[in-house]
Design a protein around this ligand. Structure first.
Ligand code: AMP
Ligand code: GLY
Length: 419
């Protein structure tokens, strides 16, 4: 069969890598892909949000299954369009994607179905938001979130009232994230360990994937601004068998009930961003796609062929298996100096080929120059995943290989998987 993967980051490289290992798959295309992906799949120069062009491509090339990486095309309705055209696609339609596309919808859904989440208030008027923040009803630190998609940057943790007031102005009046900040959620700050739980579902049944933890802050010790993710580890050190059961009972089961009651035909991944607090697990957010870089540690730990699972979920009759390797996976992301702010592109990357099958390099922002040299092409440039029987050995392997990779201004955290 022929598979099309949509997107071009580290997550999509990991998806393409896993899918291309399936004996069922003859050919993998990726739109738009990146330099690393072009080594194992045919990259197609179509943007992930160019839905018309993607539909045309899938028809022309008789694609049997399309797998969507990023949230934007899902929120814009790519899955509905593919289904209307009779094309098989893994990913929710608009009605499901709004669980990530609107924080307000997600919070209301959680409240309605008794899914533990931080206390919150919604505002569509900046003056009212400022009044509320100034009234002392909520204490700082507090969290202010743009309702809509903001590329992972629409969540602002405010240590004091001044920061909170500035966040309200930035989001609602200065429109830092455009219309995404027209409405905001102001919510209680939760303390605990973060964890990422992914399920694959057909809307009725689900399979829980290996748990993971990512490190979102740019600097060691979880300091500095949030990024897309600087590294990840699977399994999450904070999740044991009891916690898994609690997460199922308190979060996944009520979520599935909510899908059914709301009539949401969800065929894809749900990634629950959790905070494990003293009072139990709370949901920070829903994502309707695989996490990045979580995917780079989850997929290498799945021993079974993922294609029958993705395909059957897309068909609405989930089957297959996702047995996990007992190995630990650690992933460390290398970024360009300046990220998550402004950074340079087009810098040459040099690296050897990994000699061990337990070390994987996943490209994110890379491209091939006209002369065939490998160049940086984004903030998160690439990442290294290592698999080993324990965290320490996996860290050692991942960092050992990462140190052999060079590009100007390369930066990575030194403490991934230590917290
Ligand atoms: P989100 O996009 O909602 O996952 O938020 C991005 C990051 O902001 C999360 O990974 C957390 O680190 C942090 N965050 C979001 N909501 C809260 C909260 N209520 N309390 C503490 N931290 C939060
Ligand atoms: N790693 C977090 C995300 O993919 O949203």
């Amino acid at each position: 069969m022929k598979v099309l993967v949509i997107g071009g980051g580290g997550r999509e490289h990991a998806l393409v890598w896993k899918i291309s290992r399936s004996p069922l798959v003859k050919k993998v295309y990726c739109a738009p892909g990146n330099a690393g992906i072009s080594g194992i799949a045919e990259c197609v120069d179509i943007k992930a949000t160019d839905i018309d062009a993607l539909v045309d491509f899938a028809k022309k090339h008789s694609i049997d299954l399309t797998v969507v990486g990023p949230e934007q095309p899902l929120v814009e309705g790519i899955a509905d369009r593919f289904r209307e055209e009779g094309l098989l696609i893994y990913g929710p339609g608009k009605k499901g994607a709004i669980l990530e596309g609107s924080k307000i919808y997600a919070k209301n859904f959680m409240q309605k179905y008794n899914i533990p989440t931080a206390k919150y208030v919604v505002f569509d008027n900046p003056a009212k938001a400022r009044d509320y923040l100034g009234s002392g009803e909520i204490t700082c630190p507090t969290v202010i979130k743009a309702d809509g998609l903001a590329g992972g940057k629409g969540v602002i943790i405010c240590e004091n009232i001044v920061q909170g007031m500035n966040a309200i102005t930035d989001l609602m009046e200065n429109k830092k994230f455009g219309n995404a900040g027209e409405k905001i959620v102001l919510e209680e700050f939760l303390v605990g360990w973060e964890a990422s739980i992914h399920i694959i579902t057909d809307g009725e049944n689900y399979m829980v994937l290996p748990c993971a933890k990512d490190h979102k802050k740019i600097y060691d010790g979880e300091k500095g601004p949030n990024t897309g993710g600087m590294g990840a580890v699977s399994p999450s050190p904070q999740i044991d068998a009891t916690m898994k059961e609690t997460i199922k009972a308190k979060i996944i089961e009520p979520f599935m009930k909510g899908l059914k009651e709301e009539g949401i035909d969800f065929r894809g991944t749900v990634f629950f961003g959790l905070m494990l607090t003293k009072k139990g697990p709370y949901v920070l957010e829903f994502n309707v796609r695989f996490g990045d870089p979580e995917t780079q540690v989850i997929l290498p730990r799945i021993e079974d062929d993922i294609v029958p699972v993705l395909m059957s979920a897309a068909q609405g009759k989930l089957e297959g298996d996702v047995r996990m390797s007992p190995n630990v996976a650690v992933n460390v992301v290398a970024v360009s100096r300046g990220y998550p702010g402004a950074y340079e592109k087009g810098l040459e990357i040099t690296m050897p080929e990994p000699t061990s099958s337990n070390v994987l390099v996943f490209h994110a922002g890379t491209k091939l120059g006209e002369d065939g040299r490998l160049l940086t092409n984004g903030g998160r440039v690439l990442s290294v995943t290592a698999l080993a029987p324990d965290i320490e050995s996996a860290r050692k392997e991942a960092y050992g290989f990462l140190k052999q990779i060079k590009f100007k201004g390369m930066f990575f955290r030194k403490d991934i998987a230590t917290l």
